[in-house]
Write a protein that binds this ligand. Structure first.
Ligand code: FA5
Length: 350
C-alpha cells in the first residue's frame, strides 16, 4: 500500500475511535500520538519516499497529525463531562445492576384460572357481564319477589334507586351475584348452553374473617334438553375432586333461591381442620362453598327459553371461600391487604 493510501486508512481509524474510559483514551494516545506511535513511524517512512511526492504526502501527514490531536482532545473532554455528570447526579455507574424481581399471580386469580380449566375440560366456556347491573338482570329476571331483602339498601349497593315500592325497573346497582350473567347469556344464546362466569360481586355486608363486601363468585350454567339434578350433582362432585383432591367429601343441603327449584347449598369437608371443627367452619366440620339448583322455569321463560323443552342447572360459588380452603387461609381480609409476605407464598401457582 502506498503511503497516501495508508494515511487515508489511519485517518478513518482515528475518526471512528471511541474512548468510553480512561484506559481507552490512553490506548489512543499510545497508538497515534506518542513518540513510539503510528505517527512517528509514518514520518520515518516519509523520509524514504521520492522527492517529487514529498509535497503531497507531507501535506497529508500534517493533516493526519492535526486530526489525531483534535480527536484526542475531543475524546478527553467528552470523558470528563461524562464523569462530571454521573458524579453530580450521585449515580455510581460501576455498581452492579439491581435484579428484576418477578411479580406473582394473585391467589384469587390463580384459583379462578384453575376453576376455569377444570370446567373447560367438560365443555364449559367462559362468559362475562357488567359489574354495574340493572334491576332486571340482577333481580327481576331471576324471580326475586319485590319485597326480597336483597332489594333493600341494607343489602345492596345501589347506584341509582329512583324506584317506588312497586316499580323497581329503573334501579341500578353493583351486582350482588354472578347469577346476573346467566340471564344475559340465556337472553343472547340458544340452548345448548354450558357456560362459566367468574367475576367480582358486591354486598352491603360487614367485613369479617369469613365475609367481605367485595368478593368473587363463579357462576355455572347448563341448559339443554333433559338436564337433571343428577347431572348437577355429578358435575359438582367432579369439580370438588379435581379442585380439592379425591378424598374430599361433598354434601348437598336443601336450600332456597328464588331462581332455582329445587335448590341446594353445597358444602365440602373443612380442609383447614379436617372435620374437627374450627372458626372457619363454625365448628361444624363442613364449609359452604356455593349454592346450586335447577333453573326455575320462570327464569327460563323470562330469558325467552322454552321451559317445556329445556331444563337447566346453575350453581354459584365463592372464589375466596374456595381459595381459603385450598390454601388454608384463615382470614378473607388477607386477599386485599397487598402484604407482599402473604402474596409471595403463592409464587409457584399458575
Ligand atoms: C348466591 O349468590 C347465588 N347466586 C348462588 C347460586 C347460583 C345459587 C346459581 C343457585 C344457582 P350465596 O349468597 O349463597 O348464593 O353466595 C354463594 C357463595 O358466595 C357462598 O357460598 C360463599 O362461598 C360466597 N359468599 C357469599 N357471601 C360472601 C361474602 N360476603 N364474602 C365472601 N364470600 C361470600
Amino acid at each position: 500500500m502506498d503511503l497516501l493510501e495508508k494515511i487515508k486508512t489511519i485517518k478513518q481509524e482515528i475518526k471512528d475511535f471511541n474512548a468510553p474510559d480512561n484506559d481507552q483514551l490512553e490506548s489512543f494516545r499510545l497508538k497515534f500520538i506518542s513518540r513510539k506511535g503510528i505517527m512517528s513511524n509514518l514520518f520515518d517512512e516519509f523520509k524514504r519516499i521520492p522527492n517529487n511526492h514529498k509535497k503531497a504526502v507531507g501535506q497529508a501527514l500534517n493533516d493526519l497529525k492535526n486530526d489525531a490531536q483534535t480527536r484526542f482532545q475531543e475524546l478527553a473532554s467528552s470523558l470528563k463531562s461524562q464523569e462530571g455528570s454521573s458524579k453530580s447526579s450521585g449515580i455510581d455507574l460501576s455498581l452492579p445492576p439491581v435484579q428484576n424481581t418477578l411479580g406473582t399471580v394473585h391467589p384469587l386469580t390463580s384459583v379462578k384460572l384453575q376453576i376455569i380449566e377444570i370446567f373447560e375440560r367438560i365443555g364449559f366456556n367462559v362468559s362475562e357481564g357488567p359489574e354495574i347491573e340493572d334491576d332486571w338482570h340482577n333481580f327481576t329476571a331471576l324471580n326475586f319477589p319485590h319485597n326480597h331483602p336483597a332489594r333493600e339498601m341494607q343489602d345492596t349497593f345501589f347506584i341509582e334507586k329512583p324506584s317506588k315500592a312497586d316499580d323497581k325497573s329503573d334501579d341500578i346497582a353493583l351486582r350482588t351475584h354472578t347469577s346476573s350473567v346467566q340471564v344475559r347469556v340465556m337472553e343472547q344464546t340458544d340452548p345448548p348452553i354450558r357456560t362459566l362466569s367468574p367475576g367480582r360481586v358486591f354486598r352491603n355486608e360487614a367485613i369479617s374473617a369469613r365475609a367481605h363486601c367485595i368478593f368473587h363468585q363463579v357462576e355455572g350454567l347448563y341448559v339443554d334438553e333433559n338436564v337433571s339434578f343428577a347431572d348437577l350433582k355429578q358435575t359438582l362432585y367432579y369439580f370438588a375432586r379435581e379442585m380439592f383432591g379425591k378424598d374430599t367429601k361433598v354434601r348437598f343441603r336443601p336450600s332456597y333461591f328464588p331462581f332455582t327449584e329445587p335448590s341446594a347449598e353445597l358444602d365440602i369437608t373443612c380442609l383447614i381442620c379436617h372435620g374437627e371443627g374450627c372458626p372457619i367452619c363454625k365448628y361444624s366440620g363442613w364449609v359452604e362453598i356455593g349454592g346450586a339448583g335447577m333453573v326455575d322455569p320462570n327464569v327460563l321463560s323470562n330469558c325467552n327459553i322454552d321451559p317445556e323443552k329445556y331444563t337447566g342447572f346453575a350453581f354459584g360459588m365463592g372464589i375466596e371461600r374456595i381459595t381459603m380452603l385450598k390454601y388454608q387461609i384463615k382470614d378473607i381480609r388477607l386477599f386485599t391487604e397487598n402484604d407482599i409476605r402473604f402474596l409471595k407464598q403463592f409464587t409457584s401457582l399458575y
